[in-house]
Design a protein around this ligand. Sequence first.
Ligand SMILES: NC(=O)c1ccc[n+]([C@@H]2O[C@H](COP(=O)([O-])OP(=O)(O)OC[C@H]3O[C@@H](n4cnc5c(N)ncnc54)[C@H](O)[C@@H]3O)[C@@H](O)[C@H]2O)c1
Length: 249
Amino acid sequence: MAGRLEGKIALITGGARGQGAEEGRLFAAEGATVVLSDVLDAEGEATAAGIDRASYRHLDVRSESEWEALVDAIVAEHGRLDVLVNNAGIDLVRKLDATTLEEFERVVSINLTGTFLGMRTAARAMTKAGSGGSIVNIASVAGLQAVANHGAYSSTKFAVTGLTRTAALEWGRHGIRVNSVHPGLIETPMTADLRAFTDATVRAKAERNIPLGRMGQSADIANMVLFLASDDSSYCTGQAFVVDGGVHP
Ligand SMILES: NC(=O)c1ccc[n+]([C@@H]2O[C@H](COP(=O)([O-])OP(=O)(O)OC[C@H]3O[C@@H](n4cnc5c(N)ncnc54)[C@H](O)[C@@H]3O)[C@@H](O)[C@H]2O)c1
């Protein structure tokens, strides 16, 4: 049986580890040719080496020139780009009144500017190729509801939610769908140091507050991203898809 991404060319940012790596594994298993990108080059190379039909390319999502060079290279090699997952991101646990300008701007540059640059570069290539495409932006439940001590992070994820909706309005006529995914608390390297993952008592209490009774895993997010990347979601655009075990109904 053909995979749900058979023949598609997909680029995933922040793909060296965590959710991005899991998306790479699932996409390749569903027939896609996958380009994983990240700033963690050794980890990215190792992750790609473990996946059939995946390769690794360095990409700092803050760099306009690196985005252009990478998308040009993908189009030169494969003829087009069908799917972009803007997954790269960083967290900052800091009260707003303790957040420095430098810290704030670093979170904005990766989570928001990086996503903008990726969307724009991919949409231009997709429009030129004339075959449409799917862009999936990884936001957060913190992009739909305020979370204390995550002001910089949360503001970028709200902004990604807004960018997603605007892009869907502008690019639908080119057959480009743009949706956002909003994970709850997911067990990845980003969250590994949180007490909800290091302390069994805190974890058990946290899980009691999740209607589905367990922490999220990268595979939970990858399954949603696959749906949005594939033609299974061909009539969905400009929407926010929450994957959080039911915490934010
Ligand atoms: N883990 C969670 O609980 C959770 C919840 C909601 C949303 N998210 C979002 O999910 C996405 C993936 O996070 P994850 O949980 O897999 O964390 P992760 O830290 O394992 O993965 C993030 C990846 O982004 C990469 N990255 C950071 N800065 C970069 C840059 N400038 N250019 C390119 N890549 C860069 C990192 O090197 C890393 O490989 C992020 O956007 C994150 O904000 C995570």
